[in-house]
Design a binder for this molecule. Structure first.
Ligand code: SF4
Length: 341
């Protein structure tokens, strides 16, 4: 797919490891992908595949004992019309410049709003604080802007909600408040990490519609992390599929759904529940054959080989496949595609 939009973030050979007493977990082990201005990129995979750690690496908030040990995250920003490129991996996590980017230029919403909303400050104080900090506005102007932002995200009675605490709001309202906080400074990239997983289906649909509308209005890019391919189909233009810390396939969303080449992507697609399936079948089908490997002892060769229906013994269990671009914008890491470049 030809996309002329400017690059916003380039993740290059990113490696973020966790050094634990039991051994080293290579949570992200050589991830490569780009995000363009204004696009929605889906990042999918099962729990523990490295999606969230990749997001936290971009924001430079990897919790200890995790550390980005190699690679680059190039962030292309515009400051008063001038272009600037920063490698976020080289910036001090708590330095002024990184804190100025985090929250203002690159913002994040999480699955559980209570992890980012303070229980002891009103919603208005928290949004107003973010606005004052990043935009240098006086308290009254910041409060007005906070009310406008709450109204933008469809919060009922924003003038009243602004003086409420997070525990006084429903799950959907808390999620709206967190999105309002993330959007209050008009970020160029919003990282959304499973933001609707904890919500009921109706509220989830409302939040997804809201995010699409806000993206149209504000023109920001969204990196949407999820294990739910139904959400990917609704929300994203391009998709990165991760397995055990590596990107195994990436392509535009139609190619992923209609012409996926990696056996893992195909298995994920087969695990989507279909209309008419009984609920107990859905739970059974929403998983892929075999277990996710022990992160301390990844299999040799292709990490997916113990679960792969197309495994080539003697090759897949010995040699790690490399990423190959089999068509413009369609990249696959699998021996089956090795000669299709
Ligand atoms: Fe399956 Fe081999 Fe491809 Fe891995 S490299 S996904 S084991 S066919």
């Amino acid at each position: 797919m030809n996309d002329n939009r400017e690059l916003l973030v380039e993740v290059k050979d990113l490696k973020t490891y966790f050094f634990l007493d039991e051994g080293t977990v290579k949570a992200v082990d050589g991830a490569d992908f780009n995000i363009r201005r204004g696009e929605t990129l889906g990042v999918v995979g099962e729990s523990g595949c490295g999606k969230s750690v990749t997001a936290r690496s971009i924001l430079n908030i990897v919790p200890k004992p995790g550390k980005t040990v190699a690679g680059e995250i190039l962030y292309h920003r515009k400051i008063k019309g001038a272009e600037q490129t920063l490698d976020l991996t080289q910036m001090a996590p708590q330095g002024d410049e990184m804190r100025g980017i985090r929250g203002a230029e690159i913002a994040m919403v999480f699955q559980e709003p209570m992890t980012s909303l303070s229980p002891v400050h009103t919603i208005g104080n928290q949004i107003g604080e973010a606005i004052r900090l990043h935009q240098g506005l006086d308290p009254d102007t910041a409060r007005d802007l906070a009310i406008k932002t709450l109204s933008l995200v469809g919060m009922p009675l924003p003038e009243r909600t602004i003086d409420q605490y997070a525990h006084q709001l429903s799950g959907g309202m808390r999620q709206r408040a967190m999105i309002a906080m993330a959007l209050s400074c008009h970020p160029s990239l919003l990282i959304a990490d499973e933001p609707t997983t904890a919500l009921d289906v109706t509220t989830e649909a409302q939040i997804l519609t809201l995010m699409r509308r806000l993206q149209d209005e504000l023109g920001m890019a969204i990196m949407y992390i999820t294990h739910n391919l139904g959400v990917v189909a609704q929300m994203t233009e391009r998709v990165v599929v991760m397995y055990m810390g590596k990107v195994v396939e990436q392509a535009d969303v139609d190619t992923i759904f209609y012409d996926a080449q990696h056996p893992y992507t195909r298995a994920l697609l087969q695990s989507i529940p279909r209309l008419g399936q009984k609920t107990h079948d859905r739970h059974r089908l929403a998983s892929i054959k075999g277990m996710v490997p022990d992160p301390y002892a990844l299999p040799k060769g292709c990490a997916f080989h113990p679960r792969c229906g197309a495994v080539k013994p003697g090759l897949c269990d010995q040699v790690e496949p490399t990423m190959v671009e089999i068509a413009p914008g369609h990249k696959v890491r699998c021996h089956l595609c090795a000669n299709r470049a």
